[in-house]
Design a protein around this ligand. Structure first.
Ligand code: ATP
Ligand code: MN
Length: 530
């Protein structure tokens, strides 16, 4: 317990809790183990199990009030709630927190001092406190001296809502209040809520200042050329940005200002299921490093992580400070991007491994935000399921997708960045027949694009999506480049491509009214011949 923490949460009405202020790694390991949250793996990381093993987007609410009524897009994942619901749950949570033990981390979201927000992360779980310490930007000792929190997150997994009286959907809730500058989280131990909650805050605030907030990873080459990698979960943002030949800026959330790119975070949150040490050495090393948090990774009898064990969840994660990666960009800020890559993991095996987008196609693909998941364990489901998530991150984007799309289009135009669509999903057939693209091929394709090796090669047009595909790429067999040619059965390809084209069209209908006709004209055409 820290005496300096006395009164730290008095403004919330928490006057009598045991508060640990800014505890360090050793201390948090001790507390997490004492509280039974987890154990130390033989390879070093603090290893924990959580009740929820992923985010709960349906249980996330934004308080509707004068600030948000006309600025938030009340569709999709942005569910409205009232100030009264917020106040009621806050009061109950504060009662729950009195006399308890709490961990407080004072951190920044944003590496750019002009754009960042100061956040007070109040957590019940010691491991959340370590997660926050790893994932956010840690203030210097000087910055801590007069730290003034702009935002507060109160995260109490053991507090469960009563949907019958509390005005929420289930025991689990994430309530965001922009006026009070506060996020309440209850009923879930999944640590990702801490980071994605604050991400949503920046995504609301920054467009008002002309700054584009983005669900993307970023890295920078030897010559200073910056690349962004947008994509939904599992498409490869973390994997592909950790390229040993380029400096990592960040793996998930960035802002684009008038001067360039900055990371929102100070750490990375990597999927580690079936991680291959040869293909992803940098991320693999983090699973063998003290200070890392491993979530829902199963340990073998000797205490070593078994990365191939998905028995708790396929969404096993490693959360580590970015400094665990060797080749990083100091300060996690850089200039304007030269290349922007949209990643999609198309389990239909239809989209080309790499194609070049026009400005209109850029907006069309950005608003569509497509990826496709492999069939789950549900009985009778054998086809991939499409996901369309606007801005490649609809659950985190409080404003209308068109607002973000216009900002991005403007930034891309001003910087002259080239935009690429990369399919890290299936090739040679849909899931079940084909196989997942090799990481080596994806990397070779991306490197060719980033290094300018595609500037002078001929491109051909694919008919259904009207995408431009390079006919030859150094280090990649030609037959991989054109998805139709990669399928054994070309008729089956055409049928699947038509089906996917129709899905794209159906999804885009609700955006048509809000975009330029030239963007709508980029819809794929299912009536084309293969
Ligand atoms: P999240 O938003 O959830 O953090 P992400 O976009 O960062 O997701 P990754 O963590 O990089 O996604 O996950 C990509 C997964 O796909 C990894 O497990 C990686 O090993 C695997 N993978 C297989 N083939 C490829 C490929 N060709 N390119 C990229 N990743 C691949
Ligand atoms: Mn990631």
């Amino acid at each position: 317990m820290s005496l300096t923490a006395n009164g730290l949460l008095a403004d919330l009405g928490i006057t009598d809790a045991r508060i640990h202020l800014n505890p360090g790694v050793d201390e948090l390991y001790r507390h997490a183990i004492r509280l039974g949250e987890g154990v130390q793996a033989a390879t070093g990381p603090l290893t924990v199990r959580t009740d929820k093993t992923g985010r709960s987007p349906k249980d996330r609410f934004i308080v509707e009030d004068d600030l948000t009524r006309d600025t938030v897009w009340w569709e999709g994942f942005n569910h409205p709630t009232t100030p009264a619901v917020f106040d009621g749950l806050r009061e109950k949570m504060i009662r729950h927190a009195q006399h308890s033990e709490l961990f407080v981390q004072q951190v920044f979201a944003g590496t750019d001092p002009e754009q960042r927000i100061a956040v007070r992360m109040v957590t019940e779980m010691a491991y959340h406190s370590l997660f926050v310490r790893n994932m956010f930007v840690r203030p210097t000792p000087e910055e801590l001296q007069d730290f003034q929190a702009g935002w507060t997150v109160l995260n109490l997994p053991s507090f469960k809502a009563d949907p019958a009286v509390d005005g929420v959907r289930s025991e689990t809730f994430i309530l965001v209040n922009f006026t009070e500058k506060m996020i309440l989280v209850g009923g879930t131990q999944y640590a990702g809520e801490n980071k994605k909650g604050i991400f949503g805050v920046l995504n609301f605030l920054l467009p008002g200042r002309g700054v584009m907030p983005m669900h993307c990873s970023a890295n920078v080459g030897e010559g200073g050329d910056v690349a962004l990698f947008f994509g939904l979960s599992g498409t490869g943002k973390t994997t592909l940005s950790a390229d040993p030949s380029r400096k990592l800026i960040g793996d998930d959330e960035h802002g684009w200002t008038d001067t360039g790119i900055f990371n929102f975070e100070g750490g990375c949150y990597a999927k580690v299921i079936n991680l291959n040490p040869e293909a992803e050495p940098a991320i693999y090393r983090t699973t063998r490093t003290y200070g890392t948090v491993l979530e829902n990774v199963v340990l073998g009898e000797d205490g070593t992580p078994d990365l191939n064990d998905g028995s708790l969840t396929e969404n096993t994660r490693s959360a580590y400070p970015i400094t665990q990666i060797d080749n990083i960009q100091p300060g996690s800020v850089a200039g304007h991007p030269k290349n922007v890559v949209f990643l999609t993991a198309d389990a239909f095996g239809v989209l080309p491994p790499l194609s070049r987008l026009t400005p209109e196609q850029t907006m069309y693909q950005f608003i569509s935000g497509f990826t496709a998941k492999i069939p789950g364990t549900e009985q009778g489901v054998t086809e991939p399921s499409p996901t369309f998530s606007a801005c490649f991150g609809a659950p985190f984007m409080p404003r209308h997708p068109g607002e973000y799309a216009r900002l991005l289009a403007q930034k891309v135009q001003d910087s002259g960045a080239a935009v690429w669509l990369v399919n890290t999903g299936w090739t040679g057939g849909m899931y079940g027949q084909g196989k997942r693209m090799s990481i080596a091929h994806t990397r070779a394709l991306i490197n060719a694009a980033l290094n300018g090796a595609l500037d002078d090669v001929p491109f051909e047009r694919e008919p259904f999506f009207n995408l431009e595909i390079p006919t030859t790429v150094p280090g990649v067999p030609d037959e991989v480049l054109n998805p139709r040619a990669a399928w054994a059965d070309q008729q089956a390809y055409d049928e699947t491509a038509r089906k996917l084209a129709r899905m794209f069209r159906d999804n885009f209908r609700r955006f048509e009214a809000g975009v330029d006709p030239a963007v709508t004209a980029c819809m794929p055409d299912p009536d084309q011949q293969g």
